[in-house]
Design a protein around this ligand. Structure first.
Ligand code: NAP
Ligand code: ZN
Ligand code: ZN
Length: 347
């Protein structure tokens, strides 16, 4: 058993607090990872606070995990002690269904084992996430990282990176594509960087005027203050694809008007309550409204390799574990620039 230090939410309302538990010793196909850094995703906040439905407490959030292998099981082939590795939003799945066989384990027909607030395949053992010192994971669900990268800036790729890369790739973003990104937070800033690296012309839709200068530095060509409805006239029928990362309910209709004919508005933001959409916004111009959930292991590895090659890393604020609750409050105020990452030495 591996003694593990962590931070956990003990209920939906109190601040997260220090927590200790044990991880399993490695089975033949497991690797044990000493965590170096763990990103703070808005999904952690939704879950810690039971916003998406009842959470099982204690809850150790965190699914943007990077670190080094410190132990390997007898049958592990792809990793050795010392390798830099990553773990994202899930740590197991049935491995046999159509989705698993087509590398979409996040959509497993039987049971995706999410990294925290989930149950292992035995349907009994709770999973605990990356706000912790160590994690034991089946090697098939562990990602390889290129040596020499700044790991703290790689951590957010494991959720924010793949969640935005997957729809950008699926909808064929290439040189000259016109892409809108709604919300400039953790996911949004990765969407800007990745879309730009794919050759797109990117426009940021933001409620925060103070982010205009940053949006240019991150790679966006244009910035539109989404609280000013009159500005949408200037972008009517402009975009091939819009990636919507907003974490609260909002009206999709103005964004549908900004799409070209047959354009696609992809929701990745996962507001707890329903949003508004007008049928007319979809009917005229045959606009498509869809969603996307993270990405499979194969695609996550592809995204990590793409980002390493293009030097796409997250912009982060590194914090000790003692500042997690403060970081949650700042994230909720849209003040994160652009991802909080916890230094795991401080658990
Ligand atoms: P985040 O860092 O908090 O960013 C969200 C951004 O949304 C904010 O920075 C803000 O950008 C904008 N926003 C916030 N409040 C708003 C409001 N009242 N009206 C309009 N815009 C508002 O969060 P994140 O970590 O990027 O996650 C975003 C969402 O994606 C969360 O719901 C999360 O659970 C979800 N998520 C989904 C997946 C998936 O697989 N689909 C994966 C990860 C996360 P501006 O200041 O620029 O307006
Ligand atoms: Zn996430
Ligand atoms: Zn499956």
């Amino acid at each position: 058993m591996i003694k593990t230090k962590a931070y956990a939410a003990m209920n939906a309302t109190d601040p997260l607090q220090p927590y200790e538990f044990v991880r399993r010793s490695p089975k033949p196909d497991d690797v044990v990872i000493e965590i170096a850094y763990s990103g703070i995703c808005h999904s952690d906040i939704h879950t810690a606070r039971s916003e998406w439905g009842p959470t099982a407490y204690p809850c150790v959030p965190g699914h943007e995990i990077v670190g080094h292998v410190v132990q390997v099981g007898k049958k592990v082939k792809r990793f050795k002690v010392g390798d830099p590795v990553g773990v994202g939003c899930f740590v197991d799945s049935c491995g046999k269904c159509g989705e698993c066989k087509s590398h979409e384990e996040q959509l497993c027909e039987k049971h995706t084992v999410f990294t925290y607030n989930s149950l292992e395949l035995d349907q009994k053992t709770p999973t605990y996430g990356g706000y912790s010192s160590h994690i034991t994971v089946k090697e098939k669900y562990v990602l390889k990282l290129k040596k020499g990268l700044k790991l703290e800036r790689v951590a957010p790729l494991l959720c924010a990176g793949i969640t935005t890369y997957s729809p950008l790739k699926r909808y064929g973003v290439k040189k000259g594509s016109k892409v809108g990104v709604v919300g400039l937070g953790g996911l949004g800033h990765m969407a800007v960087k990745i879309a730009k690296a794919m050759g797109a012309e990117v426009t940021v839709f933001s409620t925060s005027p103070s982010k205009q200068a940053d949006s240019k530095k991150l790679g966006a060509k244009n910035f539109l203050l989404s609280t000013d409805a009159s500005l949408f006239e200037g972008v009517a029928s402009k975009f091939d694809l819009i990636i919507d990362t907003v974490s609260v309910p909002h009206d999709f209709t103005p964004y549908l008007g900004a799409l070209k004919k047959d354009g696609t508005h992809v929701l990745v933001g996962a507001a707890a309550e329903p949003s508004k959409v007008s049928a007319f916004g979809l009917i005229f111009g045959r606009k498509k409204l869809t969603g996307s959930l993270i990405g499979g292991i194969k695609e996550t590895q592809e995204m990590l390799d793409f980002c390493a090659k293009k030097n796409v890393l997250a912009d982060i604020e590194l914090i000790p574990a003692s500042q997690i609750n403060e970081a949650y409050e700042r994230t909720l105020k849209s003040q994160v620039k652009y991802r909080f990452v916890i230094d795991a030495k401080t658990f």
